[in-house]
Design a protein around this ligand. Structure first.
Ligand code: SDX
Length: 424
């Protein structure tokens, strides 16, 4: 690859160009400031790569998403959540024995310390599950001092990964059960990850409808990773300081909570219910979304990277029809969502800006059909994204990456002397 040439202050500087395995190209500006005194500015990092990574590839123009090279469509149809989690974490699909051992490690490390249950019991019943999850994951630092070191051994790393995959699932269902006045149900190692979650969530001893289990598993697979999105970049940022794994994941949870990111799935449902309560005229709300003077946005639409259909949204939309039919659920919100999508996809405002439905647009309708409360939708995103965060954290630490420390351009007051305004 020929170098990139920058001409600055009459001088020409050359910087190497790197190319990824899928043909993506980047100018490596690691030495830019040292050689030119300049830094770059890229608000929102839309043009800036923070790392090289071998985990997830996505092509926003073509609507392509691969986990370790496998197309998301194939994984959603043929794989399952813990197999995909293993793939993201280890770079290859597990053998039967490897998957069994991974599932067992998760099951064996799912139990919450009694002190964490006391913390969960202390939360008000209407606490937002994202705040509960973030607090509980941080609180785990108090119960596993042996896992707080900056350098974990392989076995410590494997244990903490399996433990987080299990304990986050248990913490979510424990808090939900208590919030509805039920005694939490223990995890059952004989069940698959998704079936165990649903069984604990609904406190049920009956077998869970396989269609419901399959629908949840597909949703978790689709949410498992998405390269350097806001919350994953946060995980990498915090992980780069060698903070412990619990603090790192808690930071990811907090970043995901925002309505522009993972919080959008809850915001979509609230938007659809607002439209329904307003009489169902979704065209009126489409106009509001286009009005710069109106803060209303079409939640679940648009994406920083996808300028075509989010491939996950396509799969979820199809699953919506299947699941609601199988469960004999007739949700008027699905009709409103489909109407909104149909109108937006032919509206110049959305077409010109390449705004398509994203992963959050239809997922809430399925969660609702599965009986999951709206304020838990973003926590469901945490459950799905956890293996992706962990895989990206693992890759970051194994790469020996330096601490992340972006630069800035200062635009404040220039140097001035202090004037005593108030007597000490
Ligand atoms: C996720 O990055 C990831 O990979 C995230 C994610 C993952 O798996 O981790 O895919 C998960 O977070 C999906 C996104 C969920 N968020 C939403 O659905 C919230 C609604 N969407 C928007 O807020 C917005 O589209 C973002 C936040 C998703 C993207 O924001 P950008 O890239 O900063 O785009 P922008 O705000 O600069 O918008 C460009 C234009 C603007 O109009 P103009 O100034 O050019 O006139 O498009 C408009 C925006 O006003 N626009 C919208 C819109 N999204 C963008 N207008 C109305 N409704 C919207 N939803």
């Amino acid at each position: 690859m020929s170098n990139a040439k920058f001409e600055l202050d009459g001088k020409v500087f050359e910087f190497p160009v790197i190319e990824g395995t899928e043909g993506e190209k980047a100018v490596d500006i690691t030495k830019l400031r040292g050689e030119t005194g300049y830094v770059t500015i890229d608000s929102g990092y839309g043009n800036t790569g923070s790392c090289t990574s071998a985990i997830t590839f996505l092509d926003g123009e073509k609507g392509i998403l691969h986990y370790r090279g496998y197309p998301i469509e194939q994984l959603a149809e043929k794989s399952n959540f813990t197999e995909v989690s293993y793939l993201l974490l280890n770079g290859k699909l597990p053998t039967e024995a490897e998957l069994k051992a991974f599932d067992k490690a998760i099951a064996d490390n799912s139990e919450l310390p009694a002190g964490v249950k006391t913390i969960l019991d202390a939360f008000p019943k209407d606490a937002h599950p994202m705040g509960v999850l973030s607090s509980v994951v941080s609180a785990l630092t108090a119960f596993y001092p042996e896992l707080l070191g900056a350098e974990l051994s392989k076995s410590e790393q494997d244990k903490s990964i399996a433990q987080l995959m299990g304990q986050v699932k248990v913490a979510m269902t424990y808090f939900f059960s208590k919030s509805v006045g039920k005694a939490p149900k223990a995890t059952n190692a004989a069940l698959s990850y998704s079936e165990d979650f649903l069984s604990m969530m609904f406190n049920s001893n009956d077998a869970i409808d396989p269609e419901v289990v399959n629908a949840l598993d597909i949703l978790l697979v689709l949410h498992a990773d998405h390269e350097q999105n806001c919350s994953t970049s946060t995980v990498r940022m915090v992980g780069s300081s060698h903070a412990n794994i619990f603090a790192t994941i808690a930071a990811g949870i907090d970043a995901l909570w925002g309505p522009l990111h993972g919080g959008a799935n809850q915001a979509v449902l609230e938007m659809l219910e607002e439209i329904q309560n307003d009489g169902g005229d979704y065209k009126k709300f489409l106009e509001k979304a286009k009005d710069k003077n109106d803060s209303f946005r079409l939640m679940g639409f648009g994406h920083r990277v996808y300028k075509n259909f989010d491939p996950r949204a396509k799969i979820i939309k199809k699953a919506c029809d299947t699941v609601l039919t199988k469960l004999n659920v007739n949700d008027p919100l699905l009709k409103i969502a489909k109407g909104l999508e149909e109108e937006a996809l032919k509206d110049p405002y959305f077409v010109e800006r390449k705004l398509y439905p994203n992963v959050d647009f239809y997922s809430g309708i399925i969660y609702k059909a599965l009986g999951i409360p709206t304020n838990m939708f973003t926590a469901m995103f945490v459950l799905g994204r956890l293996p992706g965060w962990l895989a990206q954290w693992k890759e970051l630490r194994e790469s020996g990456a330096r601490i992340s420390r972006p630069r800035q351009i200062y635009t404040g007051e220039t140097a001035r002397d202090y004037v005593e305004m108030n007597k000490r």
